[in-house]
Design a protein around this ligand. Sequence first.
Ligand SMILES: Cc1cc2nc3c(=O)[nH]c(=O)nc-3n(C[C@H](O)[C@H](O)[C@H](O)COP(=O)(O)OP(=O)(O)OC[C@H]3O[C@@H](n4cnc5c(N)ncnc54)[C@H](O)[C@@H]3O)c2cc1C
Length: 396
Amino acid sequence: MVKLDQFRMETREWLDANCPLSMRTPAKEEEMYGGPRTTDKDALLWLDRMAAKGWTAPQWPTEYGGAGLSKTEYLILQEEMLAIKARLPAQGMGFSMIGPTLLDYGTEQQKLTHLPKIASGEIRWCQGYSEPGAGSDLASLQTRCEDKGDYFQINGQKTWTSGAQHADWIFTLVRTDPKVPKHDGISFVLIDMDQAGVTTRPIGLLSGNSPFCETFFDNARAEKYNLVGQLNRGWTVGKRLLQHERSSIAGLNSGGMRGRYENMRDLATLAKEYIGLIQGKISDPTLRQSIIENNMDQQAFNITQRRAMAENESGDTQGHATSMFKYYGAGVNQQQLELQLKVMGTQSLGWEGPEFSEEEADLTRSWLRSKASSIAGGSSEVQLNIVAKRVLGLPD
Ligand SMILES: Cc1cc2nc3c(=O)[nH]c(=O)nc-3n(C[C@H](O)[C@H](O)[C@H](O)COP(=O)(O)OP(=O)(O)OC[C@H]3O[C@@H](n4cnc5c(N)ncnc54)[C@H](O)[C@@H]3O)c2cc1C
């Protein structure tokens, strides 16, 4: 206990001395994922300082660029960062998906090659799973990977590849044997995107943003040592990665402390601002009741996230149960953002222009973005299928 108290004190002092003031605000969407490599001096300084301590990937072993923190130390670090509103210095699929998967399945060479570059923020990754004909039924994927003797050759197309236009490497599920049952002919391969055989085409959205791409492989090359796990056994590795992804989306890694909607305002405070109170209460009883229920659901969810994390000393909360958290977390967040809409009325429909504050426009974008959370990382229906089969053991 004394050791942990000391760790907390030292962490607090270090953060206070080293976190630039401008990094003590929630990162905007474009600053979190996939945006162009930052030129912001404070962001770079913050990244360098945190990476030097191994605190960009606090729980990874030190030899791979982490700090080897225990789960309790990791939570203390998160608490102290949140206390000064310090944003994460780096995030993305390297940290939340491929890094943990390489720790599970990677060879020593793969870990030493890729993990330190993720931890330092040098290399960014994207996910090549979905294809035009393979989304929920991911195992139907067709991107072909052929053994050419001393390397693999890849041909095909991926879609919805978030941040591909800014990524350096892509982790993919590819078909290495088309003649066997579909789950048995898939391999998990890492591909360097800096080659003529890999091109990306951003998919434009109505908002004008292009958060994801189509990614094309045209005789692309991957070295043999970038096969993760065994040939034709990639489905096992790929499923594990999905558990890490869902765990991250559901906020399980941080016991619910960190999430996409960190900038979300408390609904009761918003209601006070936009509707006003009558005798200390939100005047509309239906809205009041909905806000209370959502607050209670959020609290219960957060306690369950913490419990799930505490139940496993290793901090490994990546089993099939992650589907429950992903499913529920998406729903409760969507509900919260819908309530925000009701509270703010037309002010929650702002996009640009002087009649809307920057915060209002940000909240509108968060509301729209939340619609994707029951699709990305596997749709809610698919999560229910997994829970039914793998957690409850119901028949197929
Ligand atoms: C914001 C965002 C980011 C994404 N980023 C990436 C990325 O970086 N890399 C990547 O590879 N993919 C990415 N995706 C793709 C995502 O994984 C797929 O959209 C998702 O798996 C669903 O596949 P689909 O879109 O083909 O829908 P479909 O599989 O066609 O599903 C359509 C509908 O049918 C339902 N459905 C399908 N099968 C079943 C079933 N068996 N039982 C019940 N209902 C079913 C689904 O729930 C859904 O409502 C992203 C998606 C979003 C929204």
